[in-house]
Write a protein that binds this ligand. Sequence first.
Ligand SMILES: *Cc1c(COP(=O)(O)O)cnc(C)c1O
Length: 381
Amino acid sequence: MIGDENESPVSEESLLMIPGPSDVSPEVLEALGGPVETHYGNEWAKYYNEVTTRAKRLLGVLGDLFIYPGSGHLGLDAVIGSLFEPGNAVITVENGFFGDRLAELARAHELRVISVAAPWGEAADPDTVERTMADHPEASGVLVVHGETSTGVLNPVRDIAFRAQRRGLRVVVDAVSSAGIAPLQVDEWGIDACVTASQKGLGTPPGLVLVAVGDGGWDVIDKRSSTIRGWSANLAVWRRYRREFAEFQPYFVTMPVNVVRALGASLQAIEAEGLDRRLARHLATSRDFRLRLNEIGIEVIAPAACALPAVTAFRLPDRLNAGDVRDALSERHGILVSTGLGPWRDRVIRIGHMGVNARPDRVERVMRALSDVLRLERNRP
Ligand SMILES: *Cc1c(COP(=O)(O)O)cnc(C)c1O
C-alpha cells in the first residue's frame, strides 16, 4: 500500500552490524570460497606460518602466536588454564559482561578471584587496579578486557599492564574486539598472553582464535609446580607441536584451511591499507556515530575519551524497547544491530562498526534507518 508508513523500505543489501561477527570484504569471501586443501604439508605449513607472521606484525608480537580453530573463549581457557594453577589468586577487572566472563573463567579453573569492579559504561581506573595489587600481594596475575564489547568502552590496558609488570604480576588480555581496531602492542605493553579471534577486528568469518604468549607467559608455564590440566587447550602442548612439526603441520588439530586463507587475505588487506589508517578510519566512524546520535538527542554510553572504536552503545530514549528497535531496524532496513547484554538488554542498542562497515556511508545509512525506526516506535499506539 503506497504511503503506508509500515511498509518496509528495505531495498539495499543487508548489513551485519552487530558487535561481531561483522560483514567481511569480497576478497575475504573469495579466499574463503576456495577449494578445501589438506591441513598439512610443506606448502600449506609455509602459508599458515606466513599468516601467523602477519598477525604477529599486526599485534606487535615477536614471540609466539598461535592460530587455532575455535573462538575467543577457547583461547582464554587455554591461557588461564596454562598460566595459572588451581588455588592461584588473580585480579580480574570487571566493568562489563566480558570482564565478568573473565572472572567466571578464572573460577572455572579453580583460581581465587579478586575482583576490581567499576560501573558498566566506565573505563577501569588503573589507580584502583594498582591499589588492589598492593592490597593483594598474593595475586599472581591480572586479567583484563581491552575492548569491553558490552558497553563500548576501551579499558586502559597499557597503563594497567605497565603497573602489573612493575609488581611482577602476569598480564592476560582479552583483545577479541579491539585487535585491528584500537591501538594494541602486545610486547611493548608488557602483555604476557593476549587473545583475539578472527571475527571482529580482523575482518574474517568466525572460526579461529589467535593467542599470543610472551616470554613472561612461558616463564610461568615452565615453572609451574603442577602439570597443566587437559590437553587440547594446553599451551605447552601447542608449543610442543609448533616446535616439532613447524615445517609440516605446526599444530595437532585439523585446521579450517579456508578460514585461515580468509584470515590471510584480510591481514594482507589490513597491511595494504596501513594499520594507522585503519585505526583512524574506525576512530572517525566512532566519532561520526557519537556526533550524529547527539544531534538526535542521544548520548553514547562510553565517554569519548575511552570509546571502543568498534562498537557504539547507547540507551534508547522514551523508554523504547531495545528488542523492538532492533527488530524494526532489521525488518524495515535490513540492518542487524544488537541489544545490550545482561541488565542492559531491554534499554540499550549496540552498533558494531568494524572493518568494511567502518565507513561514512554506513553511518549515514544506519542513522537514517534509526531515525525512521525511532519515529515509528514513538508513535506506536
Ligand atoms: C566477542 C567477544 C568474546 C567472545 O568471543 P568468542 O569468539 O565468541 O568466544 C570475548 N570477549 C570479548 C571482549 C568479545 O567482544
